[in-house]
Design a protein around this ligand. Structure first.
Ligand SMILES: *[C@@H]1O[C@H](CO)[C@@H](O)[C@H](O)[C@H]1NC(C)=O
Ligand SMILES: *[C@@H]1O[C@H](CO)[C@@H](O)[C@H](O)[C@H]1NC(C)=O
Length: 250
């Protein structure tokens, strides 16, 4: 009985002692005992050098955020406070996202990583690894089902299956390479399924209003250039919610 009670107490206390990702739980996932960083938390690159980020955002304990660990973020990543519990201060977080998203474990909230995944993805979006993001076997499936896991949010659901198509753009025109590029270099060679045909249908299918609700994302121009407005991977309601003005959706 005593053993049972102390086990219960230990179980009750343990999460508090171990829950060291404080304040902002974005980009984390619960592993059964603790909140740990999802792979997408650290999948991007910092905008400024890693060395500068390490100075601006020194590790709170010795560890930096990494996939699967529960290292505390530097306070400056999200707050002006210097002790937990610390409220999220929007400006601090915006600065961290703009400069050092990787060091702060906030990659999942940058524009390339911040979008909706498919409702019924063919794989578990939360556990996708960096090697899957670069894998021929996985990239196209991930781009359509779990774009947020690999930073594919701005690619309109279509990516190159191999990562080095851009090394030699002449392959897009080479007669003997067409089967290859149609399969493996869709983005680089402009072979994405919907982007060419449906761009014009957007204007006709969206009604005749004269004003549109405001875009809720600041990335709409970039997304539109990548075919977002006509990408049927997103529902019309989703496109409207994000970029009604840019996409001219009533
Ligand atoms: C995630 O980030 C948003 C915006 O910075 C913040 O408002 C929200 O509280 C965070 N959510 C969690 C679960 O920490
Ligand atoms: C969850 O993460 C914590 C912190 O990294 C680790 O100590 C623990 O073993 C993990 N639990 C499981 C079930 O993976």
């Amino acid at each position: 009985m005593i053993a049972f009670v102390s086990m219960f107490i230990a179980a009750f206390l343990a999460p508090e002692a171990m829950a060291v990702i404080g304040g902002d739980l974005n980009c984390t996932t619960y592993n059964g005992t603790a909140f740990v960083y999802a792979p997408a938390a650290v999948a991007c690159s910092n905008t400024i050098s890693d060395a500068s980020c390490a100075v601006l955002y020194p590790a709170a304990n010795t560890l930096y955020p990494a996939a699967g660990n529960d290292a505390q973020r530097a306070y400056a990543c999200y707050t002006t406070a210097t002790a937990t519990p610390a409220a999220v201060v929007a400006d601090m977080k915006a600065a961290a996202l703009a400069n050092c998203p990787k060091t702060c474990g906030f990659c999942c909230q940058t524009d390339a990583y911040n979008c909706r995944n498919a409702d019924y993805p063919r794989l578990n979006c939360a556990t996708i690894t960096l090697s899957q993001c670069n894998s021929v076997a996985w990239r196209s499936i991930i781009a359509s089902d779990c774009p947020s896991a690999c930073g594919f949010c701005l690619s309109g659901g279509c990516v190159d299956a191999v990562t080095n198509c851009g090394n030699d753009l002449s392959i897009c025109q080479t007669v003997g390479m067409q089967d290859f590029v149609n399969t493996y270099c869709q983005k680089t060679c402009g072979r994405c399924p919907s982007s060419t045909t449906s761009a014009s249908s957007v204007t006709t299918s969206t009604g005749t209003c004269t004003s549109y609700i405001a875009d809720s994302s600041t990335s709409c121009a970039a997304w539109a250039a990548n075919g977002f407005c006509s990408n049927t991977f997103y529902t019309l309601a989703q496109r409207r919610a994000r970029c009604a003005t840019t996409c001219r959706i009533c």
